[in-house]
Ligand binder design. Structure first.
Ligand SMILES: [Zn+2]
Length: 471
């Protein structure tokens, strides 16, 4: 059959063969063949990926079910990864680094000792080498763009290991997943099943690509990349403006305000204090224990912030098609002494998420005078820091300071929608639904200003194209 076909078909056959037989390529000859058509394979995958969306799911390995021995093996896997990474970097040409090597020189104090790989597999090593190649490629691209770039440095700690191949029937791969029993295996850990949490996040019909094993504190996670067919998002044809501030972190043009902060917990402060007291002590075991505890508490707080951020962004992007916000200069805020309040709320993360996840993000210039402008007559009036209500001296317009800013931002943002947008049919999407979604989020305070809400906003946006319905 193949004889009759052209070379191209043969290449496609090879792609088929690689994808479906999932053979691991050890032989030099096959690797040569591989590099010849890598481009074709990549282009095919790229074309397919355009119709898909990529999501990363974080799966946690349940530490309570791990034996001491397995925990030690997992830790060693990270140490051996570090050895191999540094071994690769010690070559002038990374390609000279041998993936089949069984032991590498490791620097111990001032001397080098040879250490054997007990856990790290050839597949791992190949993936680590590829990762270094990718980093170098990225650096060279940046250099070409005129950025100042440094060199890759030797690492004293490695916290992530790429796992490229998912095992399946008749093929072990670098990791395997058992969805039914909620467990995974990793190559090198003698294929012992490890209990995990969070596998049910991954939709059944998605195609699992690769994974990264991650160490955070004492815990191990598996970040699994999965591709799904693109879903068509149905977002209500509605618009909202958002003002970011320090008093109320988020104020919406429909009069809803959100307050939230996840400050340093007392436990974190206590641990930091203890650690600083133990700074010069000889007891390094105690010091390490404290460090681990502090790291864990810190991660806990970060997760809490992330969770709140994701829920807020999700509520906004699902309820509103047009999201207007000002590209705030977080840096300027931090300089003005509001650094802590930004850090505790993670506003920077919300802004960048809105840019990426909104159906139509409408970014307003950071120099747009949203606090000064009167939305009704266009007059500029500068409020003092303490004035919470905006009273326009020219036309008598009055509104809450932040709500007014949000309205100005919304109006300004909507100017970016071209006129052929007039075909849109605006739908009513009740504010109450949005309000209810937000109040369901744990750890935030939601207020709704009723008295200044609807009427002033509909006045404010009078000069907006008439197809806009105000909600
Ligand atoms: Zn006015």
């Amino acid at each position: 059959m193949i004889d009759l076909h052209t070379g191209k078909i043969t290449i496609n056959f090879y792609v088929f063969w690689k994808n479906y037989c999932n053979l691991f390529l050890k032989n030099d000859l096959i690797i040569l063949y591989n590099s010849m058509d890598r481009l074709t394979a990549r282009n095919l995958t790229r074309a397919k990926r355009q119709t898909q969306i990529c999501k990363v799911f974080e799966i946690k390995i349940d530490r309570s079910h791990l034996s001491k021995q397995v925990q030690q093996s997992l830790n060693n896997l990270f140490i051996e990864t570090k050895w191999f990474y540094n071994y690769c970097l010690s070559h002038n040409k990374i390609n000279d680094a041998n993936c089949m090597i069984t032991n590498v020189p490791v620097k111990v104090k001032d001397e080098f000792e040879n250490r054997d790989f007990a856990i790290l597999q050839t597949q791992h090593r190949q993936a680590i080498k590829d990762r270094i190649f990718n980093s170098l490629k990225m650096l060279s691209t940046k250099k070409k763009q005129g950025h100042k770039v440094g060199k890759l440095k030797f690492k004293s700690q490695v916290n992530s290991i790429p796992l490229r191949e998912l095992g399946g029937k008749g093929h072990t791969g670098t990791y395997r997943i058992d969805f039914e029993k909620q467990r995974i295996t990793l190559a090198g850990i003698k294929f012992k099943w490890l209990k995990v949490k969070g596998l049910n996040q991954i939709p059944k019909e998605s195609e699992i690509a690769n994974a990264v094993l991650i160490k955070k504190g004492q815990d191990f996670y598996l970040n699994i990349t999965a591709y799904q067919d693109k879903e068509i998002k149905i977002v209500p044809n509605a618009s909202i403006g958002i003002d970011f501030g320090c008093e109320s972190q988020l104020t919406f043009s429909n009069g809803i305000k959100i307050n939230f902060q996840v400050p340093e917990s007392d436990r974190l402060k206590r641990l930091s204090h203890k650690l600083s007291k133990n700074k010069n002590s000889e007891n390094s075991k105690k010091k390490n224990q404290l460090k681990l505890k502090r790291q864990k508490e810190y991660l806990h707080l970060t997760d809490k912030r992330k969770d709140i951020k994701n829920k807020i962004v999700n509520a906004i992007t699902k309820s509103y098609k047009y999201v207007s916000f000002q590209d705030e200069s977080i840096h300027a805020w931090a300089m003005s002494g509001k650094g802590k309040s930004i850090q505790y709320s993670g506003i920077g993360g919300i802004i960048s998420d809105l840019k990426n996840k909104s159906h139509t993000p409408l970014q307003v210039d950071k120099f747009f005078p949203s606090t000064q402008l009167c939305p009704q007559c266009g007059n500029k009036y500068k409020l003092s820091q303490s004035e919470r209500t905006y009273n326009c001296p020219k036309c008598g317009y009055t509104n809450d300071r932040d709500v007014k800013s949000a309205i100005c931002i919304e109006t300004e943002g909507l100017k970016q929608i071209p006129l052929d947008g007039r075909d849109y049919k605006a739908q009513e999407s009740p504010t109450s639904g949005f309000f209810d979604t937000l109040t369901a989020v744990n750890g935030i305070k939601v207020i709704k200003l009723d008295s200044v809400n609807v009427e002033s906003r509909s006045n404010a946006v009078r000069h907006r194209p008439n197809y806009w319905k105000i909600i």
